[in-house]
Design a binder for this molecule. Structure first.
Ligand code: PEP
Ligand code: MG
Length: 589
């Protein structure tokens, strides 16, 4: 491999997905839109500037028309939105006013457009009319498209990349990440992104190394630079020197040997040294991941995140489309169970096609079950597809983001409506499936006792539980160091849920990323958890960890760390006690 002349640079970020890769950088830059400069132009330049603006509008309009043409004509909701955008390109408010601002202010087109779109946005937001407020988002999208043409930003689609490269991006959404083609992309690094963000979850499920939250990778890395992505320790090495390259080539070989060893043992049962059996399940985002989940030794699908289908389609799928996917999934898994979680849209899985009102704090907004309760048609369509698929295999129904008893009662009412519709339509379905809720909001922990009376099982979603209880945005790299699974407050909450589930005799599973990290297993085992659902790729390492542990010893560990006040103390104690059995990469640096 060529070693470039430029000096080696090391950037530290957050481990998004473990593993090591070495490859050439490919920069995906979408940030042109945000770096808008203001400059004055002379009187004579005004017509040329207006012309430049008009060309940007025409190009954006043509591109938009192509998108409309490529869409399925039956999807009226989506088409209506896009067709409404078509009119906005030449809307007096945006188009006319921008030309006027260029002329009167003698300023560049980008600045004029930004000024006008901000004004329009502010104006619409003051009007007390939900419909008009929703149109703010349309205006922002249209003006962004024009702006992208003005500043020359390219809209690179990840699925179009043809080389074997390491992607370097300012940010990648979970939807971007799910377009990654394994045979083309070796790994990726981003400036933004935090721990257990959905971007990192998708990277893990693809089994490609990723480092997030690097801050300035896109500013430093140049296309074609040689990169080492150390996803396990969250490090990016740009243009490594010969020694570093050699060291990492060796590590890569070691890591691959370690993974191959794990894979060989993945079919063994997850039984502790003292004979206690564990159930290890897979979290998946796409039906296509099921084969990998089985290969990695998953007993069941413990969490199917259904929102990715909606994100990919960029519209609401029909009941039949959902049924086809769910049926395929349960049939491949049969006789093993599949836990289907209803739509957990918004939060960081936002899609402007589905959600047209901007929220200041999407994680605290109309997310998960809240969105479904507001959009009952969408919810009922999904529930009907789930009950119909349950006629073909074993399904458990899981509701995300429950924060109070009222919500689960409302969900039950809507379930009844869905069942009545299915009966009236004379469709084949199975309504006798377990109903569970995600415990991922602190209020749900505090009232778990009450919630348990209405459901069959709890699924602890630590990704959000940590985010909400520690007040740490899981996407924000600046606070990623504070996002700690082993924080004593998090451990107290998990213990509380386990105790209530035991008292109420209902099942409890943990499906957050915490369950996929072997370092947490002694503590979770000590608390009495026996069911874990995780990214499939994590199953072999967690299984190996379980097979090396003794439940009595983990109970002692728990008692010991229960007296500790800081995460560091807890972490050090676990690292020391379990040094010999922790997996590769967890004990170094
Ligand atoms: C969680 O919050 O822990 C969880 C599993 O759900 P998601 O990561 O999809 O928010
Ligand atoms: Mg969650």
């Amino acid at each position: 491999m060529r070693i470039p002349d430029s000096e080696q640079t090391i950037l530290r970020g957050i481990s998004g997905s473990p593993g090591i890769c070495i490859g050439q950088a490919y920069i995906v830059d979408r940030e042109g839109v945000n770096v808008i400069k203001r400059y004055q132009i002379s009187e004579e330049m005004v017509p040329a500037e207006i012309d430049r603006f008009k060309q940007a509008v025409s190009k954006a309009k043509n591109d938009h028309a192509k998108i409309i043409d490529s869409l399925d004509r039956d999807l009226s909701e989506n088409l209506n939105i896009l067709e409404a955008h078509m009119v906005l390109f030449k809307d007096k408010l945006l188009y006319g006013k921008t030309i006027e601002t260029i002329t009167n202010g003698k300023i560049n087109a980008e600045w004029a457009l930004r000024k006008v779109s901000r004004k329009v946005k502010a104006m619409f937001q003051q009007i007390d009319d939900q419909y008009l407020q929703a149109r703010v988002n349309d205006i922002v999208q249209v003006s962004d498209k024009i702006m992208a043409n003005l500043v020359g930003a390219q809209d690179i689609r990840i699925s179009d990349i043809t080389q074997r490269v390491v992607i370097v991006a300012h940010d990648l959404s979970p939807a971007d990440t799910s377009q990654i083609q394994l045979e083309r992309i070796k790994g990726f690094v981003t400036d933004l992104g935090g721990k257990d963000s959905h971007t990192s979850i998708v990277a893990k499920s693809l089994n490609i190394p990723a480092v997030l939250g690097l801050g300035r990778a896109t500013a430093i890395v140049r296309n074609g630079d040689i990169l080492i992505v150390d996803g396990s320790s969250g490090k990016l090495i740009i243009n490594p020197d010969e020694d570093t390259l050699f060291k990492y080539e060796e590590r890569l070989t070691e890591y691959e040997a370690y993974r191959a060893g794990l894979a060989r043992e993945s079919h063994l049962a997850a039984v502790t040294k003292d004979g206690v059996k564990f159930e290890l399940m897979a979290n998946i985002e796409l039906v296509e991941e099921v084969v990998a989940a089985k290969d990695y030794g998953a007993d069941e699908i413990g969490l199917f995140r259904t929102e990715f289908l909606y994100l990919d389609l960029k519209r609401y799928p029909t009941e039949e489309e959902l049924l086809t996917k769910y049926k395929e999934l349960v049939e491949i898994m049969a006789p093993r169970s599949v836990t289907i979680r209803t739509l957990d849209i918004n939060g960081d899985k936002v899609n402007p096609y589905l959600h047209r009102v901007e929220e200041e704090n999407p994680a605290l907004g109309l997310r998960g079950v809240r969105f479904c309760l507001e959009n009952q048609d969408v919810f009922i369509t999904q529930l009907k597809a789930i009950f119909r698929a349950a006629a073909f295999g074993s399904i458990k129904l899981l509701i995300p983001m429950i924060s109070c008893v009222e919500e689960i009662l409302q969900v039950k009412q809507i379930i009844n409506k869905a069942i009545i519709e299915l009966e009236l339509e004379d469709k084949i379905f199975n309504k006798d499936i377990p109903l569970g809720i995600m415990i991922e909001v602190p209020s749900a922990v505090m009232i778990a006792d009450h919630l348990a009376d209405h459901v069959d099982f709890f699924s602890i979603g630590t990704n959000d539980l940590i985010q909400y209880s520690l007040a740490i945005d899981r996407r924000n790299r600046k606070v990623a160091h504070l996002y700690q699974a082993l924080n004593p407050s998090v451990l107290i909450m998990i213990q509380l849920i386990c105790d209530i589930a035991e008292k109420k005799k209902i099942d409890v599973v943990m499906c957050g990323e915490m369950a996929g990290d072997p370092i947490n297993i002694p503590v979770l085992m000590g608390m009495g958890l026996r069911k874990f659902s995780m990214n499939s790729v994590s199953i072999p390492a967690v299984k190996k960890m379980i097979r090396s542990l003794d439940t009595k010893q983990t109970q002692k560990t728990l008692r010991k760390i229960g007296k500790m006040n800081t995460v560091q103390e807890i972490l050090d104690s676990i690292l020391k006690e379990y040094k010999d059995i922790l997996p590769y990469g967890r004990t170094e640096e």
